[in-house]
Design a binder for this molecule. Structure first.
Ligand code: FAD
Length: 279
């Protein structure tokens, strides 16, 4: 039996969530959660492999206690069991620490895995970094943005489109893939599937102590990347009429808008002698 592990993330159903500058994290409790769209495509690709081969699927998510919901939905779609990695000390982890924590979980809870499947990116921070970092952390082969897979013994043949080139790749298991969102259109969650999922109750909750991981190596504290602020820039238009001598107007233009013009043209006007412009 092939052991598949699918990493899924719960993301807010809304695109805009307030930033909690005190905790340095999004205020996720303010919105309903859902399975990250690309993770659903990854799960669907695992379910297709399960239809074609004898497979067991474990779904893993790291998140707040409310993230348990996405595991029930994944089991309702056809996964066999779930692992919820939840611990306040894990909050605010950047992609490096997220992938390390997932690696520690897979190494201890699914040591005989054959294939790890991730989504190509998430809808909230969209870095696309966790899959490749997880493969790196586990020292296994990885292939990203995959659109089609065929398993032949322990060799996975994959297809993807990059820069309009169709690429065919092969990888010997164990390995990791990230799945693109153009194929493996997720199946609907059958109602009886949800009921079975709740009856089955095959979800393990694991915190840092149970994982046996040093609390100094998880969460925001261990993360080299910190998000200082998240905001949606407000586009504003303003008419400014300048009158007077040309040189005065140019000087005022550079004094008042030099930074914004520099940012727009990618050249620091302050260090650039604008007198040259007039020659
Ligand atoms: C606005 C914003 C910007 C951010 N920018 C950065 C940044 O530049 N660098 C950085 O290091 N961190 C950043 N972070 C933190 C980052 O969001 C978290 O580390 C997050 O848990 C993983 O990154 P991601 O969502 O981009 O994952 P991606 O790499 O886009 O996710 C790809 C796949 O990895 C798996 N995966 C990701 N997270 C989890 C999880 N929690 N549980 C299970 N599987 C998972 C899923 O299969 C998912 O489809 C940012 C956060 C926010 C809110």
């Amino acid at each position: 039996m092939l052991k598949l592990v699918v990493c899924i993330k719960q993301v807010p159903m809304v695109s805009e969530l307030p930033w909690n500058s005190k905790t340095g994290t999004l205020r996720r409790e303010m919105a309903e959660g859902m399975i990250n769209p690309a993770c659903k495509h990854a799960l669907e690709s695992a379910l297709v492999l399960k239809q074609e081969h004898n497979c067991h699927i474990t779904v893993i998510t790291m998140g707040p206690p409310m993230a348990e919901e996405v595991l029930y939905e994944a089991i309702a779609m056809g996964a066999d069991c779930g692992i919820l990695l939840t611990d306040p000390r894990m909050a605010g982890a950047d992609t490096l620490i997220t992938s390390r924590t997932l690696a520690a979980t897979i190494e201890t809870r699914c040591p005989d895995f054959d294939l790890i499947l991730c989504g190509c990116h998430t809808s909230d921070s969209e870095t696309g970094q966790v899959g490749p970092q997880l493969a790196e952390n586990m020292n296994i082969a990885g292939a990203a943005y995959i659109e089609h897979m065929e398993l032949n013994g322990r060799t996975l043949r994959m297809k993807r489109v990059v820069d309009e080139f169709l690429e065919t790749l092969e990888m010997d298991l164990p390995g990791l893939v990230t799945i693109n969102t153009r194929t493996y259109i997720p199946r609907y969650v059958p109602l009886d599937g949800l009921q079975n999922a709740f009856e089955k109750q095959d979800i393990k909750l694991i915190d840092a102590d149970e994982l046996g991981i040093d609390p100094k190596t998880i969460g925001m504290k261990a993360s080299p990347t910190r998000i200082l602020d998240v905001y949606s820039p407000v586009e504003e238009k303003k008419n400014v009429v300048m009158k007077g001598a040309v040189k005065k107007m140019v000087d005022r233009l550079f004094d008042e808008y030099g930074d914004r013009i520099s940012a727009a043209i990618g050249k620091d006007l302050k260090t650039h002698d604008h007198d040259e412009e007039q020659t």
